[in-house]
Design a protein around this ligand. Structure first.
Ligand code: F6P
Length: 475
């Protein structure tokens, strides 16, 4: 039977759809999916007549394709075993630690790798059905590294881009992967590969040269008569859209309510992360707890809101982290809260955009302390919401964002004393100094927003000569 579904000139593939399926009291409900990828790609897709291929977030059969917020969504099915082996296993317990400096040890299982290959093949086949003749296909992230080559094999007519939302590791770490050659081969099926930083693109090129013997020149790699380009292109957010939300009087009123709920402290600090060991939440809490212990400040003059969005809760390292964080929060509150004032308000939940914009407005100091992070869009969201050019961003040097946001209070989160010093400096600097920094931070995000990023990515993808043109030139 022939497939009569519509096809699209612009198709993206990501592990998750922008909405997750949840079975609620009133039947199937769709909730916005967690993470920076969805935040960014949601606004890129708006206004384009494109399709998004991804998993619905629940094991079992895939729902029929449907439309949501003007996007055509094409769910890909994952069985319960594939969720365990491809998503929780290979993606998040093998690749994730290797790509994040082995902050926790990586686990290697051949069964997980087999599931990764099977699921990547399924994505490639779905893309091949959804993409129109000569379409542009944009594949996202580390969960789908084999898709470019698999898709090219079925549909050599489409143009294929891939963007990595997380870091690409140094060759010494990448080399640990028993399937490293397959991953490189999978990626080199693309025409253009985008990375968060130039350093990530160089790491990839080095892996191609040293581990697989490919020839590289500048930012290109020669692959069987074709040229593949690999370059740094830092992702961003929809500045105008979020800023206008931050200017909404309702949001500003809510920000005041939040501050009042703490008794209007002199300094309200905020941390917002998926509950992930890469985010440096333990280091942040340690620094904060020590500052309280040292008497640098005390509640109710100071308070910290820590939002920890639930994530990958069946992966062991995430379970351990959750226990550690909750124990530490308990210790800090036990030692330093008063009957009236809580030292840390810990929220293991996610919040909608308007509530987040209000929290960013309420917070004097934003603590972003990852041990390794591809970009960290929370840092960019915070500065976007500081419409009065006040507030301070304390930002880890190990985030992609630090490359662009050098006017933040940059620190090394492993250096607890250094982190404490930066927090104190952010509090004690004059309002003029904080404003000087914040203006520059806001300019940096405003002038390189997500639309600019997507435009640059798609221009770079179109600029790579087609296979035919390359063959003709080489003949
Ligand atoms: O950017 C890394 C990433 O895995 C994205 O794919 C996603 O936006 C986010 O983290 C959330 O992860 P997960 O889909 O595993 O909940």
């Amino acid at each position: 039977m022939s497939d009569t579904r519509p096809t699209y000139d612009f198709v993206i593939a990501a592990n998750r759809l922008p909405v997750d399926r949840a079975e609620g009291e009133n039947g199937t409900e769709w909730k916005r999916s967690p993470g920076g990828l969805v935040t960014a790609m949601d606004s890129v897709m708006r206004g384009r007549d494109g399709a998004w291929v991804g998993w619905s977030g629940e094991p079992g059969e895939a729902p029929e394709p449907f439309d949501d917020s003007g996007m055509h969504l094409h769910p890909v099915a994952l069985s319960a075993e594939e969720v365990r082996d491809y998503y929780e296993g290979f993606s998040n317990d093998t690749l994730w630690p290797i790509y994040h400096d082995v902050i926790v040890p990586a686990t290697f299982h051949r069964r997980w790798w087999a599931a990764y290959r099977t699921v990547n093949q399924r994505f490639a086949e779905e893309l091949a059905k959804v993409a129109a003749e000569g379409a542009t296909v944009w594949v996202h992230d580390y969960q789908l590294q084999l898709v470019p080559a698999m898709l090219r094999k079925i549909r050599p007519d489409v143009r294929i881009g891939w963007f990595n939302h997380i870091p690409f590791p140094p060759v010494e770490l990448f080399a640990q992967l028993p399937w490293r050659g397959h991953l490189i081969g999978g990626l080199l099926g693309a025409d253009f590969l985008g990375f968060q930083r130039e350093d990530d693109a160089w790491n990839f090129q080095r892996a191609c040269r040293q581990l697989e013997g490919y020839e590289t020149e500048g930012d290109t790699i020669r692959v069987e008569g074709r040229t593949v380009r690999a370059a740094g292109l830092p992702i961003s957010i929809d500045f105008a859209d979020l800023e206008s939300l931050a200017r909404d009087p309702e949001v500003q009123k809510r920000a005041e309510e939040i501050r009042e709920s703490f008794g209007n402290p002199q300094v309200l600090m905020l941390g917002v992360d998926r509950l992930d060991y890469t985010k440096g939440i333990r280091h942040r809490l340690k620094a904060y707890g020590e500052l309280l212990r040292d008497g640098e400040f005390t509640p109710p003059d100071v308070a910290l809101i820590q939002i920890a969005v639930p994530s990958r809760e069946r992966v062991e390292a995430y379970k351990t982290l959750k226990d550690e964080i909750e124990l530490t929060v308990g210790h800090i509150n036990g030692d330093y809260s008063t009957v009236e004032a809580t030292a840390v308000r810990y929220l293991h939940q996610s919040f909608d955009r308007a509530e987040m914009a209000a929290m960013y407005q309420a917070a004097d100091i934003m603590l972003v302390t990852p041990l390794r992070d591809g970009m960290n869009l929370v840092a960019k969201e915070y500065v976007t919401c500081r419409i009065h050019d006040d507030g301070a961003l304390v930002l880890s040097e190990f985030t992609g964002a630090a490359t662009e946001l050098g006017d933040a209070y940059i620190h090394n989160p492993h250096d607890i004393q250094g982190l404490k010093n930066r927090i104190v400096q952010a509090i004690k600097d004059s309002p003029e100094e904080r404003t000087r920094r914040m203006k520059r931070l806001r300019d940096a995000v405003r002038s390189h927003d997500v639309q600019k990023w997507a435009g640059e990515f798609l221009d770079a993808l179109q600029a790579v000569p087609s296979d035919e043109a390359q063959k003709a030139a080489g003949a």
